[in-house]
Design a protein. Structure first.
Length: 254
């Protein structure tokens, strides 16, 4: 998976309040609350790449409440990291069954499917997330659909999805940068330059944006512009993988 990085969404769910009078009912509510807390802790550990602690908390969360949507989704994400795709898919899908209106969970499934090169399924899943009326950030699902299309070398389709993301949020900087890549891949270099210029109005230069700027200026025959961007990349982000890529490009041209 070249473009998509695993996006872990923190579900800001309200914890159940223990309001029952009997000890049995109170215990049941407390277990659900404890399960949710453990799932949220596990999500934090997963973000820190502490997989062993994440698994420990998730095992506890699912023991306390096997129908906890967040625990199931996060367990699916953990199994992506552990390279266990069958388990990952099982738990990601189970979380959606438990919480069918959670667009973030659907989006996570789309990312998994794209990573398995199941591009058609991934596209449908991202579209389902993007059109979910309860999903507050549909632009991310469209952007992910575009990134997946880039991975599949379907560049016109990628361009379409990035445009959709920008229709949802005009100042979505990353989608604008991705759109520059998609148009560059179609040899539409002037369009790519224009999209990159729009990106630069929205965000500070990044290693990725500078490297794409180098590629675009080289394609346009602007050697000086390419060299200036290369110098900026080396000065700002000397340890980035994009800087290393640029050095290889420069050495091959010497």
């Amino acid at each position: 998976m070249k473009h998509l990085h695993l996006l872990i969404f923190l579900l800001l769910a309200s914890l159940l309040q223990a309001c029952a009078n009997t000890s049995t009912e109170r215990t049941g509510v407390d277990l659900k609350k404890a399960s949710q807390l453990n799932a949220e802790l596990a999500l934090g550990y997963l973000r820190q790449n502490n997989l062993s602690q994440a698994k420990q908390k998730l095992d506890k969360a699912l023991e306390q409440d096997k129908s906890n949507p967040l625990a199931n989704n996060t367990y699916g994400l953990l199994n992506i990291r552990l390279d266990k795709p069958d388990l990952a898919e099982k738990y990601l899908k189970k979380s959606i069954e438990l919480s069918p209106d959670n667009g973030a969970f659907i989006n996570n499934l789309g990312i998994f499917l794209c990573g398995q090169n199941r591009y058609e399924e991934a596209e449908k899943t991202f579209f389902r997330a993007a059109t979910n009326k309860f999903y507050k950030t549909p632009e991310y699902a469209y952007d992910n659909a575009g990134l997946c299309a880039l991975d599949a070398a379907e560049y016109p389709k990628a361009e379409y999805f990035f445009q959709k993301a920008l229709q949802m949020r005009a100042n979505f900087a990353q989608a604008r940068l991705h759109l520059a890549e998609a148009t560059y891949k179609q040899l539409k270099f002037y369009e790519a330059a224009a999209h990159l210029a729009e990106y630069e109005k929205l965000a500070e230069p990044s290693p990725a944006s500078l490297l794409w700027g180098i590629y675009i200026q080289q394609a346009l025959g602007n050697k000086l512009g390419s060299e200036q961007l290369g110098l900026e990349l080396l000065q700002r982000f000397p340890k980035s993988k994009q800087a290393a890529t640029y050095l290889k490009i420069r050495s091959s041209m010497d």
